[in-house]
Design a protein around this ligand. Structure first.
Ligand code: PEP
Ligand code: MN
Length: 649
């Protein structure tokens, strides 16, 4: 049983809790767990949890049936998010760790670090102390190798993870690495686990080749109870009777362990399979089954690698895999963890030497991001995917409210939907850009939308008389709704508002359902009657991130996109009412070889039968070509507005 104490519990109240437990024959151990203080108690006699939770200074009591208390979901129901410098693992993102099996030379680690970073890896891996099956095999460069790796990580702005094999070397490694890896062979080296835990650094805990999931979680418990706040589990294949592959990737362990524990789980397909050509498909399978990230071996010259060459990807294979992962992550409702491109110089407060510099560069301290709707709105999920769970959020009632909040400075950024792959453009937001000329588009987010029909716990689908949602929700679920022609459709300003109205009404709304996200159902404790009711599972919404235009200064961009070269731009203009005026504008673009990805026309308010044209274009590598095209467009069109240049999703 876990007793979570209130942060401000007095010593006197704590004594009362301790005596209560003692009087009931329980031993209580006090331990820190993240920012919480816990009393973990065990004893044979039953305890009335309700009675215990009424004692002063107690926040919550959880009956934990598992032997791994701190790692258990019973103790903490929400996903833990681990920070390694600026990189986060867990929650709504996929984090990719990549690098060679071993650091072989200064040049090798610098070269491969730059290559994996360019392709999108966010943590550099590499062994300096190698646990090898044979005593004659390459054992790693030791501390020297780790120094090279730290340098390489710093040079391209990536934190590093490296394996620790002994408590003595751990002390020397502590200031050189951002995360310790406990290798598969050491998963049950309890003395090592205790010593590493005491150092308090994030730990990547590999699963032992013959360890059960429970043994793996108990090893995590050693770390959590010994002082490590941040533990990431890594499935790397287990020993089975199969010999064709190096190990057997236990893909089923991922959803099971994620159900049992709040800790992030990543997958190392390289050591699991041991065969290069199967690493990429297994990586996608891991993401599909719910892994929070991947650790992949990549070598600049695998054929000459000193260890694990046959399972190491060539850099170009890794680049292709990253592109596939990027295309795939919206399907599982996640975002690929990215770091700003390029390294800032030390002292600039950017990606620098220590994690303090990192944390200030990456957190928008106290800055809010506005979205329309309530908790559980799709826009909120898009916001979390782009900015992280901890970013303060400002829910406002309308789309115009998001523009207002950004304009008056109550939010630094806003997130608004602009287009859905099934229902088309969100015209209101296109029109708002003209009403708010000081607002620019600075980023784009693509989110897969899965709609659910939800209602009160007591409601069954047969009882439903009316359904509430946003018009986009109805449009995207048209085919499902057509099967229920007797349902009355009630339009609400956002899907999350529709859900809240039912939750608030309680028993007064037993014949009403809503169409919204699974997250909205959870947030408002409604029952999902049917999940996945959108017309087609390929249902994506494109959101844009908006910010106030900065006069003459650098435009604010979301931290994860800082330094990223914009590759997409949005423009709006009208043309004269004469033959060929639109085609002339489009010819300017085709003449410069600029790709048009979207063209949309909207009526101009107060000028019947006159239209504004909204276009999205790719920005060519040669910036001068783009500038020249914009100049020509300005002269050949009317009411030209440049909405923003940004990184396309
Ligand atoms: C490694 O990651 O380099 C390694 C040795 O892995 P494992 O401990 O999973 O064998
Ligand atoms: Mn290896």
């Amino acid at each position: 049983m876990i007793v979570v104490l209130a942060k401000d519990i007095s010593p006197h109240d704590k004594d009362i809790v301790r005596s209560f437990l003692k009087d009931h024959g329980h031993d209580a151990r006090e331990q820190a767990f993240g920012d919480d203080i816990l009393l973990s108690s065990s004893g044979k006699a039953p305890i009335d949890i309700h009675e215990l939770s009424l004692l002063p200074g107690i926040e919550r009591v959880a009956a934990v049936s598992k032997p791994y208390e701190l790692a258990s979901r019973e103790t903490k129901s929400e996903d833990s998010i681990v920070s390694v410098g600026p990189v986060k693992i867990g929650g709504a993102r996929i984090t990719v760790i990549a690098g060679p099996c071993a650091v072989e030379s200064r040049q090798q680690i610098h070269e491969i670090a730059a290559l994996v970073r360019e392709s999108g890896a966010v943590i550099l891996r590499g062994g300096a102390f190698k646990p090898r099956t044979s005593p004659y095999a390459f054992q790693g460069l030791g501390l020297k190798g780790l120094e090279y790796m730290k340098e390489a990580g710093e040079a391209c702005g990536m934190p590093i993870v490296t394996e620790v094999i002994s408590a003595e070397s751990a002390v020397l490694m502590k200031d050189l690495t951002d995360m310790f890896q406990i290798g598969a062979r050491n998963m049950q080296n309890f003395d090592l686990l205790r010593k590493i835990a005491a150092l308090g650094k994030p730990v990547l805990l590999k699963r032992g080749p013959s360890a059960t999931m429970e043994e793996w979680l108990l090893s995590a418990e050693y770390l959590l109870s010994g002082g490590t706040k941040d533990v990431v589990l890594c499935e790397r294949g287990i020993r089975t009777f199969e010999t064709y592959t190096r190990n057997t990737l236990d893909i089923s362990a991922i959803p099971v362990v994620k159900g049992l524990s709040h800790l992030p789980v990543i997958v190392d397909p390289s050591h699991a399979i041991g065969i290069r050509s199967h690493v990429s498909p297994a990586s996608l399978a891991a993401v599909a089954v719910g892994a929070d990230g991947l650790a992949i071996e990549v070598h600049n010259d695998p054929d000459k690698a000193l260890s694990d060459g046959p399972q190491s990807l060539y850099p170009e294979q890794f680049e292709k895999l990253m592109r596939d992962i990027e295309a795939f992550v919206p399907v599982v409702g996640k975002e690929l963890m990215r770091l700003p491109k390029g390294r800032k110089k030390d002292g600039e407060g950017g990606v620098g030497k220590d994690s303090d510099a990192w944390s200030t560069a990456f957190s928008l301290v106290g800055e809010k991001i506005a979205f329309s709707g309530r908790s559980g709105a799709f826009a909120e999920r898009a916001l979390i995917n782009a900015f992280g769970e901890e970013t303060p959020r400002l829910p406002v009632q309308t789309f115009a409210g998001v523009f207002d909040a950004v304009l008056d400075g109550s939010a630094l950024f806003g997130v608004i939907p602009i287009e859905n792959s099934l229902a088309g453009s969100v015209h209101e937001n296109y029109d708002l850009f003209l009403r708010y000329p000081d607002i620019a588009i600075v980023g784009e987010i693509k989110l897969r939308i899965v709609h659910c029909l939800m209602a009160s716990e007591k409601t069954s689908i047969e009882q439903i008389k009316s359904v509430r949602s946003h018009p986009q929700g109805f449009a995207q679920c048209r085919e499902f709704l057509d099967k229920h022609p007797d349902w009355n459709l009630e339009i609400w300003s956002t899907t999350a508002d529709a859900v809240q109205s039912i939750a608030k009404a309680g028993d007064a709304a037993l014949t009403v359902a809503a169409i919204a996200s699974e997250a909205a159902a959870k947030a408002h404790k409604l029952k999902i009657l049917k999940a996945g009711i959108e017309n087609n599972p390929q249902n994506y919404t494109r959101f844009v991130i908006i910010s106030r235009k900065q006069d003459g200064e650098k435009q604010f961009v979301p931290p994860a996109l800082e330094g990223a070269e914009p590759d997409k731009a949005s423009l709006v203009f009208s043309v004269k009412h004469e033959p060929g005026s639109l085609i002339r504008c489009l010819q300017i673009l085709s003449g410069e070889g600029i790709n048009l990805s979207k063209l949309e026309s909207r009526p101009i308010l107060g000028q019947p039968w006159n239209y504004m044209f909204y276009i999205d274009v790719s920005i060519p590598r040669e910036k001068l070509i783009f500038e020249r095209a914009l100049q020509q467009l300005k002269t050949h069109s009317d009411n030209f507005h440049f909405l923003g240049a940004y990184r396309g999703a």
